[in-house]
Design a protein around this ligand. Sequence first.
Ligand code: FAS
Ligand code: PHB
Length: 389
Amino acid sequence: MKTTVAIIGAGPSGLLLSQLLATRGIDSIVLERQSKAHVLGRIRAGVLESGTVDLLRQAGCADRLTREGQVHDGVVLADGDTQFRINFSDHIDRPVVVYGQTEVTRDLFDARAASGGHLIFEVGNVAIHDAKTDAPYVTFEKDGKPDRIDCAYVAGCDGFHGVSRKTIPADIRREYEKTYPFGWLGVLSETPPVHDELIYASSDTGFALCSMRHATLSRYYIQCDINDRAEDWADDAFWTALKQNLPPETAAKLITGPSIEKSIAPLRSFVTEPMQWGRLFLCGDAAHIVPPTGAKGLNTAASDVHYLFHALQDQILNGDSQALDHYSETALARVWKAERFSWWLTSLMHQFPQQSAFDQRMRRAELDFLRSNTAAQSVFAQNYVGLPY
Ligand code: FAS
Ligand code: PHB
């Protein structure tokens, strides 16, 4: 097979890049390890920055998002028994949209199908070859038969556990990592959300997040032990722990119900540099991971795609390699700011083992400053709604 851009991974990064390239008549083939149903079965992000929404609109797949997405102009932060709201439009003219990553992926799959996109699912043994030449190629197996894609460029959109990052030689890669001593236990329940905006709650008993997918589908998280297993958490125990971490006024309003999905995500901060090697370009989780606290994972994948799409377009359609030559440094400049915000909010809102009484007072003082200071709220709002591309 032959194409211009071979894309590894049919998550949001790979699908969005493929769809955007197609709008400029640039062909691609997307290789995905899992089945389409498996990809759609993942419950992940819930908040879209306006930059991500604009990209999906540019890709021609934002109609349902526009109809069903909930525009949020603020977020609530809780510290123990009290809570306060940060109003985004007091500081920046960009809201966020609450619309699940699962639905983004579904819309992208539909858009690729409608425009004749070439996606190959359930492939095995994907390997990237000759990335440092002007004729890279990708080999893989499908139904046990070996196959090959000759291409001009390879986009590594295959997430943290993919093959793309590791194709860059270890002596070239610089990796930065921080792991957190806790995880997030997430529950999806067919119950009305406890509040019409997200609530990020910090308390002496731990972190909680109240989110949603729509008016009758709620998404809740609590901080949990890093060694916990989702199957060890009965629904009642989850609801009790969630209420304990919320201000009483909010806990009293919580409508509980059976979980329809329950999973634990580990938390880590991770960046690999560079994000390109020859004609291989990394996007999204293949290059970086953030703790989900700042809702930056999916959104930073989107900004990578924005930069790579425009750089490939300049090169392929106009012969201008300037942006492509500098893709890694351009993308990393925004990645590191997202890493900082995600690390800062995670460090602020969670209980850490062996935290001293002084550490607790620092946490309370920082939240009190955020509650009472306009400049602090402006910095929060600019980062949460998404820094400019
Ligand atoms: P993805 O991991 O989504 O997609 C990579 C794709 O590549 C997958 O479909 C995978 O099957 C495929 N692949 C892997 N290896 C391959 C190979 N060798 N060959 C072919 N295909 C291969 N972000 C938030 O903003 N908020 C959240 O609440 C949140 N929760 C998360 C919970 C979990 C458990 C995880 C893992 C991530 C979460 N994230 C969250 C981050 C998440 O949304 C990612 O940022 C987002 O999926 C990034 O998209 P991609 O870069 O496309 O990577
Ligand atoms: C979600 O709705 O899943 C969600 C929202 C905001 C976050 C993390 C997860 O920061």
